[in-house]
Each structure stands twice: as C-alpha cells, then as structure tokens.
Design a protein around this ligand. Sequence first.
Ligand code: LLP
Length: 432
Amino acid sequence: MILTNNLTVNEQRHLAVGGADTVELAERFGTPLYVMDEAMIRKACRQFKQSIDTYYGGRGLPHYASKAFCCKEMCRIIADEGLGLDVVSMGELYTAMSVGFPAQDIGFHGNNKTEEELRYALECGVGHIIVDNLTELDTLNALAGEMGKNARIMFRVKPGIEAHTHEFIMTGQIDSKFGLALENGEAMEAVKRALSMEHVTLGGLHCHIGSQIFDIDPFVMAADVMLHFIADIKAQTGYAVEELNLGGGFGIKYTQEENPVEYDQYMRKVSDKVKADCQALGIDQPFIVIEPGRSIAGPAGLTLYRVGSVKEIPGVRTYVSIDGGMTDNPRYALYQSRYEAVCANKADAPRDQIITLAGKCCESGDLIGKDMPLQKTEPGDVVAVLATGAYNYSMASNYNRATKPAVVMVKDGEARLIVKRETPEDLIRNDL
Ligand code: LLP
C-alpha cells in the first residue's frame, strides 16, 4: 500500500487514484492539479456518522469543518451525506448557501466575526452561531433585535486542554485568542448574560482542542471538563444545556510512519465518558456534534506536479523543482509538515533517491519537503504529493501572481472538473 488503499499502480506502471490514471489526469487537466477521490470523502463521512450511531445511539452529528477544503461540489457531497457544516467566514457560508446547504445544520465560527458576517449568518438562518466573546454576544443580541430575529448560539469555551499532534498540555489555555475561559468565571458570566437576553437563545457549548491529534485521551478529558461545566450551569441557573460540540482535530496519516487510531475508537471512548459523567453528575446526555475537517478531506486528496529541472549539488542535496510550491501547498513553509511523494509515471520503481522537492516561487523556503524518498526523476516526470486534500487548496495563495490550480474529483475511475484553474485574467479581475 502506497499510503492509503485507494492508491494503486496500474498496468502502465502509473499511479492511479480511485481507479483513475494520474499521469493521464496531469495530461488532460494540466499541472499543478489537485485530485480528490469522492469515494474516500464519502467513506470518511459515513465512518464518523456510523460511529455516533454505534456508540451514542445516533444522538449526534458530524459537521464537516469546511476550512479544510471548501468549494461548491464539496458542500454538495457533504449535504448529500447528511452531515452538517462548520463555516468560519462569510466566504465559506456563502459557498454553502450557493448550493442550498441546509442552513440549520451549519455552525458559524470565528473569534472576530464582523457585523456584516453576523448579519449574513442571521439572514441565512444558520443553526448556531458559535459566540467567541462577550462583545460578540452583545453585538449579536442587538443585531438580532434590529432584524427581528432570534439568534441560536453556542459558546466557544476553552476547556484548558491544548493538544497538537502527539502532545497535549493542560495549562496555559487562558492564553488563547479563541473562546471564553472557565477558570476566571468568564464562560459562566457569558452563559448567564445570554440567558437573560431577549434576542439570543443558548443552544449549547463548543470546544476545540487542536488539530492533527493522534491521542484520544485529550478529547476524553475535554469532554469531561465540558460536562462538569454543563453541570455547574445547571446548578447555578437551572438551565440544561442541550448540545455539546466537541470540535475536530483527528490526526491523519501523512507519512508511512504515522498510524492514526480508527476514528470509531474516538467516539467509543468519548461516548463512554459522556454517558458516565452524565449519570454521575445528574444531567441529561447532550446531543453531540463533532467537527472533523482534515480527516474527511485530507487522505482523499493528492497534488500532481510536473518536474521542470533536477539540480544535483554534489555532496549537498538534489533539488527536484516542480511547477507549483508554497502557493498551492504552504504547509511545509508554515509548519515544516511532512509528506510522501511518488513519481507517478514510474510508480512501481523503488523510491531510492533522497531529494528536496522545491517549488517555483522566488523564495528559498518554498519547498514541499526536504529529504524525501522518491524514484529517480527527470524533467517531464509527474510527481504526486499525497494526502494533500486538506489545508492545501483552502490555503493556496496567489503569491508571485501564481494562478491557483484546478481541482478534479475522481469517482469510479472517471474524473470531473470541480474547480477551474485560475487564469491570468482572474488575477487582474479586481485590479483598477
Ligand atoms: N473545528 C474548529 C473550531 C476548528 O478550529 C478546526 C480547525 C476544526 C474544527 C477542524 O479541525 P481538523 O479536524 O481539520 O483538524 N491550517 C492548519 C490546520 C488549522 C486547523 C484550524 N482549526 C494545517 O494545515 O495543519
């Protein structure tokens, strides 16, 4: 297995994704090219839903975190799978609404939503606006009053657990730009204020502890903290919180060495904790929302590039330069993220070279990765970088006036264009 079991090598010795030949895709649609596998996306959606059915009696819903990869077709697929959606900007919400995504299943996030965004969310009738701070609460109450609406909200709470990849910490959480702190009474104050407001209805609480997390314990601990807070709210105000949104953050396999746990193990352990806590604390079991982003879109995607030059610097390193780079995948430049790459037109050959995959931007840090194993490549070869479905297209930029690549969706060996490649005319469209 190359990384995920939807990747195979076909008779032409080419890398295939979801049955489609990647070398043919590169020729037909041009490079750089993002390729998404619809079956993988749908499978991940179903796994998350199924885990809630199995372990929590179906009293919950996954909301896909659209920041991972957002376009009209992705929103259509998510709606078709019956998942909700996490949006964090007017742009993401607009995209969802443009394909008729059910607004009641949308949660609108953000630590500094503008008035324009809040108005738009109210107009659309989103299921919940996840309120980050007291200023936002007051603004929202006023806006909803003015618009003759009632805003259904959740509060973003800092549970005091911060987890990133393999580590998590339980202190210092107060120092975060997101949400309301528990330890200084800020979150409780917000709850009480919301309960006294005329144009706001408190529906639940939300927390999110980080991203690309492999360990289940911090998720369980976050749920525990939130349930204790729900019990405190009930004791102090009599109000029973109906819904608990536990955020996203489930880690994916970027490299052969990484081994994320099965996602249903997460739901099994978290459900056990929720049920046990609710019984011990004498509170009702809340409806549970989870917000997977990377784990739905990430493994389903790869990026195809054409090799331009190969620069061997004896005793130093070999740079393989491709026709994209940090403009379509800024994750190495930002986080030193690691990826696996495969030479798509000789996919069965051993990856016995150690190379640095370099982009075409005018910047030394513009790399896709350093010291990566790859087949011996030559100019004209097609290189596939794997597991790029999340936080690649969505974080792409026009630096150096690069045009954003096209996105194709593959299903049953057939490919269809879902996002057109940008053109130079697109780049000057707003220039005056
Ligand atoms: N819910 C909330 C409130 C979030 O802030 C996030 C991610 C998610 C859900 C989805 O998390 P996921 O399941 O995708 O880990 N650009 C970074 C990732 C930033 C994640 C921000 N929040 C990267 O490329 O690794």
